[in-house]
Ligand binder design. Structure first.
Ligand code: PLP
Length: 383
């Protein structure tokens, strides 16, 4: 759907405030003493739109952009981002030559990954960050296999096909800053760096911290931090430490216009399975978005909505394209604007409120918003 077909809020839209993104990037930078900042824009910038967010982040001083998968990194280059980009999730057979030719920093967590990367080199050497699994058991070499990874990387570095530009890992429990797991991972990381140095490696950028660690664990900052969710103004700690207390501003507001308003009598059942029945005569509003747009079906009978300044609730099951809000006795009409979530500063629900209603985390609420919801950017700054 091209933007010109959706000139303004007709059915639904997600308004993304790029001034909020720039503010959040600057706020995160202010937390750092000497470390560089990588803004993580994977998964279409957590649903906010990768290219506009990456541009805003660079404007606010992001030194690096982080992408999970190769398509994302290549799309950033194609959009004209010429700065450092790190991409950490590839599978056998992916077009690494294209990544290397585009100067994208890659990750390797096993000797075979070094071999694949080296095989993709044509002219310039590949820039590689070695990943140590410090305890999360996702990617990376476990400590027992770390020396083998180092040897493979060193060999290719000697051949001139690879340059080791970083050593990195990821924290499993940074959102619980007091968890002993953080200290254990930090120790394993430091030991891995020592081992690498004992092999004569200059580790380059050492990096470990996501948003939670950037905000709460300064000892994990090393040379580079990789915040994602905080860039979007959402707290990695949920309600335990709301974003406003961290000085962050939520960037996304999800709005829709009511497709239908009707008065129903007491006893009227609502939506599939009739899981909600009006206890008294009620005014219902039809919101034209559903789980096909990324609204979580688990928030059926509970998702919060702001309508005409009041906090109201989704009743009945959330369907693929629509859901029903109980407007109680409010005056309302088809075409009225409702807000599903936003920064919360105008009394509207937040992504955290939707996360609570669905039994999930704010990350999932924004990231799952689908392509059927047009993104409208405000406060864009031209380069
Ligand atoms: C490797 C890596 N680094 C950084 C991040 C950013 O994490 P967060 O959004 O919690 O800041 C992620 C996201 O999960 C990740 O997978």
């Amino acid at each position: 759907m091209s933007e010109s077909l959706v000139p303004s809020l007709l059915r639904a839209e997600a308004v993304v405030d790029l001034a909020a993104v720039r503010h959040n990037v600057a706020t995160l930078r202010a937390r750092l003493t000497s470390a560089e900042l990588m803004t993580v824009v994977k998964a279409d910038a957590y649903g906010h739109g990768m290219v506009p967010v990456a541009r805003a982040a660079r404007q606010a001083g992001a030194d690096w952009i982080g992408a999970a998968v190769l398509e994302e990194a290549l799309q950033l280059r194609a959009a004209g981002d010429n700065g450092p980009i790190f991409c950490w999730l590839t599978t056998p057979g992916e077009p690494l030559a294209q990544a290397i030719a585009n100067d994208i920093d890659l990750s390797a967590g096993a000797p075979w990954e070094i071999d694949e990367i080296a095989a993709g080199v044509t002219e310039r050497p590949a820039r590689v960050h070695l990943k140590i699994d410090t305890g999360m058991s996702r990617g990376g070499a476990v400590p027992e296999e770390w020396p083998a990874l180092i040897k493979a990387a060193l060999e290719e570095q000697k051949s001139g096909r690879v340059v080791i530009t970083g050593i990195w890992s990821h924290l499993a429990s940074a959102d619980e800053p007091k968890s002993p797991a953080n200290e254990a991972q930090l120790e394993t990381f430091t030991a891995a760096v020592d081992v690498a140095e004992s092999f004569g490696i200059d580790p380059g950028f050492k990096h470990l911290a996501n948003s939670a660690a950037t905000l709460a664990l300064p000892e994990t900052h090393f040379d580079l931090v990789r915040p994602g969710i905080a860039t979007y103004g959402l707290s990695p700690f949920g309600h335990a430490l709301p974003s406003a207390e961290l000085g962050l501003r939520p960037a996304m507001t999800l709005k829709a216009r009511l497709a239908m308003v009707k008065r129903v009598p007491a006893g009227a059942g609502v939506s599939y399975g009739l899981t909600w029945t009006a206890p008294r005569p009620s005014t219902l509003g039809l919101i034209p978005i559903g789980y096909g747009d990324g609204l979580p079906r688990h928030a059926s009978n509970g998702g919060p909505v702001q309508a005409r300044g009041h906090r109201r609730t989704v009743v009945g099951r959330i369907c693929m394209d629509q859901c029903v809000v109980n407007l109680e006795d409010d005056e309302a009409a088809a075409g009225d604007e409702v807000v599903l979530f936003g920064p919360g500063t105008g009394g509207e629900p937040t992504a955290d409120d939707w996360a609570d209603a669905a039994g999930t985390i704010n990350y999932e609420i924004v990231t799952r918003l689908g392509p059927r919801i047009p993104r409208r950017y405000v406060n864009e700054e031209l380069d």
